[in-house]
Design a protein around this ligand. Sequence first.
Ligand code: UD1
Ligand code: UDP
Length: 374
Amino acid sequence: MRVLFLFGTRPEAIKLIPVVLAMRADSFFDVKVCVTAQHREMLDQILEVFDVIPDIDLNLMTPNQSLPGLTAKILEKVDQIVKDLKPDVCIIQGDTTTVMAGALACFYNKVFLGHVEAGLRTYNKYSPFPEEINRVLATHLCDIHFAPTEKSKKNLLLENVEESKIIVTGNTVIDTLKITKIRLERKEIFCNNILVNNILNEKQPFILVTSHRRENFGGGIESICNALKKFALKYPFLNIVFPVHLNPNVKVPVYKALSGFSNIYLLDPLDYVSFVALMSECYIVITDSGGVQEEAPTFGKPTLVMRETTERTEAIEAGLSKLVGTDENNIFEALVKLVEDKTAYYQMSNGINPYGDGKATERIVGYFKKLYKG
Ligand code: UD1
Ligand code: UDP
């Protein structure tokens, strides 16, 4: 079976790599990996950790790229790749521009399309923006839907996706964590970021922060920074560790607002192993990331979600994470509560990760083998 993987950003790579590795290890599949490189440095960091060398690298990222500009380039380039390679199947993951435009190019070429992490919804067209609609469009362009949870399956059924075309797999992000844990235990990989190792060796409690959502650009980022500033001043013995996304709409205001505080560490985006090391040792996670919301419960870390909506509601329903929006006071107070109220902290740090059991890859690969036999 000729399988083409198409991805472009850090989270897509993290979540598709276990499937790429499993299919590459199985002679049943003839695997090609095409990266749009919608992200450059942040994608390369992941490819390097897992020794994945793309067969095709479209190298499309440009500084501060626009949504229409990137969409047009992906559509045209992927169309050509699909025409040249003639895959039996193309696999995409998530809700980025690469997913939406790549899926459209595959559809125009009538390629059978598999969507990993299908069916997440907020039902708010502008939050997350543009990801909510990217994911909806991908659903209707795809042929098989790998839903991470029962809830995401239900969302797809509500949009009249045939039940026989939905497979509940769990999220592959948990498979990647599992592989990483094994490779760390075997000492095949290490956290070799000096700053991260210094932070870990200090043994001081720290809050781990990430932020990059488009709908938070401007006022949202500003109030997130104000809340962190206020918190850093109130708790000088607590550190804040913030690997800052390379998007200039995030990087510029964050460095401007938070540089110069002795207990705030602003870092470049981290390689995945270093970031996982921080997640496993931090006190609280505060984020607007999709993937981080899914990973944090594995480490028993209370997670505050700096968004007005989330398509990952399972951890909230399980009491492991909390939606705090982007209001400065709400963020500050939610952090203070977790620091001051041990019962609240304990309740949010004990539970089973609802996003997967580490066997999503097995289920996805199994589906394609069965499909062929069928
Ligand atoms: C993208 C996705 C978002 C995903 C996020 C993961 C879209 C519309 N957005 O957002 O869904 O959650 O990735 O991080 O698909 N940049 C670099 N180097 C990099 C990566 C980004 O310099 O390795 C800078 C560039 O100036 C680039 C800009 O960030 O133009 C924006 O990148 P883009 O992929 O368009 O948006 P993200 O905010 O990263
Ligand atoms: N991550 C990373 N380095 C960092 C920050 C995050 O490797 O400095 C990983 C994190 O473990 C998660 C993924 O990146 O798997 C999340 O990506 P991001 O937040 O950029 O995108 P989203 O998941 O919101 O689409």
